[in-house]
Ligand binder design. Structure first.
Ligand code: EPU
Length: 309
């Protein structure tokens, strides 16, 4: 695996961010899979304004960056990350009569549970979804028939040329697990978003959330993973295709394709990112051979990887 030089201008970063700058920070450990190496530089942000100022500064310095929320949909390479990691902990939340507004570092599942306590429905599908609001907007997170495209009213975005703007659903260009933001990395960042809610008896909301949770417990493995590794191909299921290719339970080192669900790749303990990557390649090749279908990653590969085909 090719390992590039560490090239970030540390003095300039120190001048810009002072105490908020952390060097050689173990970011792999912050992901839900708990896999991968260190970031050369990390800057923490605690408000949407601080996020905006930080990204603005990085654009001015022309430095590559990566905004990290819950780390639930990413695989960090063993060699770590050469970009500046911006750790988004901006999590102010405001409930309105029929909407919730929150900064992009707020946890999506937590928003759903807070809404339930207030007798506000609309986010039942999201109660068990890991990750932050910003990550959910960028990746159009979804589960149990719901998704962000189905409940988002507005997202406040910082665009590298256009500045701060409120974007509508149409501006965000949502598709299945896709958005303009995901298709154009480094061009804009989500500062906050507002989601529609509707009054609903708390007991009904809880009953639906419990049904979804029971389904997940039955079908998805517990433990450290990245969630669904691949997108479902149209009209099919990545998990079923990987099962049909005979790869459920396949293990390389301490990385394993879950014996319960073929689209979940597990860290059995100190797994190497390279082993997960080898499993990804194996699953892709096997499904191509058995079903003629090219699986597309849902998980974001972060850091240093062999050339992508
Ligand atoms: N299946 C198999 N073998 C497997 C896994 C699944 O045959 O190993 C079959 C199931 O029996 C079912 C079908 O495939 O008939 C679909 O499986 P499941 O209901 O478990 O849902 P999924 O399509 O694998 C999607 C989302 C999940 C979300 C669940 C529940 C994607 C890629 N995944 O999974 O989202 O939680 O539905 O709504 O869209 C995520 O995106 O990270 C994620 C976890």
């Amino acid at each position: 695996m090719h390992v590039s030089e560490r090239t970030l201008p540390i003095a300039a970063l120190q001048a810009a961010f002072g105490d908020r700058l952390r060097l050689d920070e173990p970011v792999g450990r912050l992901t839900s899979a708990r896999i991968g190496g260190n970031a050369d530089a990390l800057v923490g942000v605690r408000s949407a304004d601080e996020l905006a100022q930080t990204v603005e500064t990085l654009w001015q310095l022309e430095l590559p960056y990566l905004v990290m929320g819950g780390g639930s949909n990413m695989l960090v390479s063993d060699a770590g990350v050469r970009q500046v990691v911006v750790l988004n902990q901006a999590n102010k939340v405001e409930f309105h009569e029929s909407a919730v507004w929150a900064e992009s570092g707020a946890g999506l599942g937590s928003l759903a549970r807070q809404a339930a306590r207030k007798g506000l429905g609309g986010l039942e599908w999201a109660a068990g979804v890991p990750g932050t609001l910003g990550g959910a907007v960028a990746g159009n997170a979804g589960a149990h028939g719901g998704d962000m495209a189905g409940c988002l009213q507005l997202a406040t975005i910082l665009h590298h040329e256009k500045g701060r703007q409120d974007w509508t659903l149409a501006d965000l260009g949502f598709a299945y697990r896709e958005s303009w933001l995901k298709r154009n990395p480094g061009q804009a960042v989500v500062l906050s978003a507002q989601l529609a809610l509707t009054p609903r008896p708390e007991a009904e909301i809880r009953a639906e959330m419990d049904t979804f949770q029971a389904y997940r417990r039955l079908t998805q493995p517990p433990g450290a993973s990245m969630g669904s590794m691949f997108k479902n191909p149209a009209g099919n299921s990545a998990g079923r295709l990987i099962e049909q290719a005979g790869l459920k339970g396949k293990r390389i080192g301490n990385a394993q394709i879950s014996p319960l669900h073929g689209n979940f790749f597990l860290n059995l303990g100190e797994a190497r990112a390279a082993d997960v990557y080898a499993l990804i390649q194996e699953a892709r090749q096997a499904v191509l051979k058995t079903a003629g279908i090219e699986l597309e990653l849902e998980v974001q590969l972060v850091g240093e990887w062999p050339q992508q085909d």
